[in-house]
Design a protein around this ligand. Sequence first.
Ligand code: ADP
Length: 163
Amino acid sequence: MVRALYPGSFDPVTNGHLDILQRASLLFDEVLVAVADNHSKQVLFSPEERVTLLQEATAFLPNVRVTSFQGLLVDFARNQGARAIIRGLRAVSDFEFEFQMALMNRSLEPKLETLFLMSSEEYTYLSSRMVKEVSRLGGEIGRFVPDCVNAALQARFAPGKDI
Ligand code: ADP
């Protein structure tokens, strides 16, 4: 039973995340999506909300589970018995930071491999940050996110709500 961890902010989950997740779910027995509960990062949705949205959006993938974690990723991966960390690569701009993080994680836990997957090219420009910005300004983001996220963003940015 080979388990992989897909960590990230997922604030909120987008179709780009889901594309990576579907690819990973074909490679591993189980993929555990790990929502980072990181107080130093400013987020729109609470860790519980992000987990709930992910659970709804990944219900069609039987070998995917969702949880949140605090602290060091390598510690969490060890506790979960995960063999690999999945990260998605969009453009060259992602590479520098991802490269540093993968090497740092390897020096902290040599047995844990980081695997980079590329999403379909239609999602290479897609990020949670961009989706939030467009939605906040009233733009249509339905084709970039699962329905539950579209509804959650519309509710969050409904006129009268002060964000
Ligand atoms: P983090 O704050 O850890 O980068 P994100 O939720 O932004 O969390 O991203 C989690 C992972 O998913 C990262 O590896 C990121 O590169 C990847 N990812 C996000 N959006 C896309 C996308 N559109 N295509 C491919 N990978 C993506």
